[in-house]
Design a protein around this ligand. Sequence first.
Ligand code: NDP
Length: 343
Amino acid sequence: MLVAKSVVVLAEIITRLGDEDKYLSLVARRQVAVIGYGNQGRSQALNMRDSGLRVVVGNPHDPYEKLALEDGFKVVGVSEASGLADIVFILIPDEVQPEVFERSIKPHLRENSVVVMASGYNYFYGYVKPPDYADVLLLAPRMIGWAVRELYTRGEGFPALVAVGHDHSGVAKGVMLGLAAAMGVFKRGGCAVVSSFREETLLDLLSEQTWAGALLFMFRAYYEVATELGASPEAAILELYASGELAEIAESMKNLGLFEQLRTHSRTSQYGQLTRGPGFVGEEVKDKIRGIALNILNGSFAREWALEQRTGMTVFNRLHEINREHPMELEEKKLYKILGRIG
Ligand code: NDP
């Protein structure tokens, strides 16, 4: 069998900082502002404060502000927080970042201010353009928000993609590692993968637009065929995802490896997966993936999405509506009511 040859670029992976205190001292005396107190904002702010950093929260008056106050933070408006800070974490949804940045953050940036983002998207596509006299960093946890906090409190780390987008100060990489340490990345089991805004954006969007989307519609196709053949909707939905077995398989992939986890399934299952699986993914599918990657890298997906947002999200809303009307959705609601998952 031929094994495809490809140029493999190995990443720099940092699991431990030799002298963590040295890196922490680069950031310890500087004022940090966390803009947004949602999924990532809350966890990152709490972790950095517990690591000894001075953190102020920038958020409008709303329930998130209340939560930040309850957690003991000083909370001010986004402009005021940006004005107070040496290091500004932009942890609000990607869609609103360009406008909030131009209006309330950029005017307050000074020589050697540091702008930190948790996703590569807006900087890679030029929707957020910090001035040349500021450093730009990426600290993108490969972890959902609440778990960033949960792991920190258990003394455990998590993987994060980190990158220097612009180094005006000359010490941007050290500051990046100091902030990653303060966030808890280098605790037990965690690591920083030195990356780039381009790589983070490509990998993130490519996952969403290939296997993640395909999985949803593959499940639907399975459901349609299984019910055509007389299977009950309830049994099909439980088999696919509602039982939680899928989450266990994902956990095994993380712990044992993609193919090694197969050994935890029955031999019949292993044989079925190994013989039938490859038939779904030939050169044609790889070409599709390449096409999607091209549209990500050349910015055409980003332009399409920006236009969709400017024109009232009609396609987005319509697609949600169409999908809600599918019989599988209706059966799922009934099942989830019986199981007490929804009211
Ligand atoms: P959230 O949706 O949880 O952010 C909510 C926060 O943003 C709230 O404090 C909200 O306050 C504030 N906010 C929303 N709109 C505005 C606005 N127009 N002006 C000021 N504040 C606003 O964001 P996430 O934590 O999910 O995402 C933050 C960043 O982290 C993104 O770049 C995302 O890609 C990245 N990321 C997220 C991950 C996750 O686990 N969700 C994982 C890795 C990276 P209010 O309600 O008052 O507007």
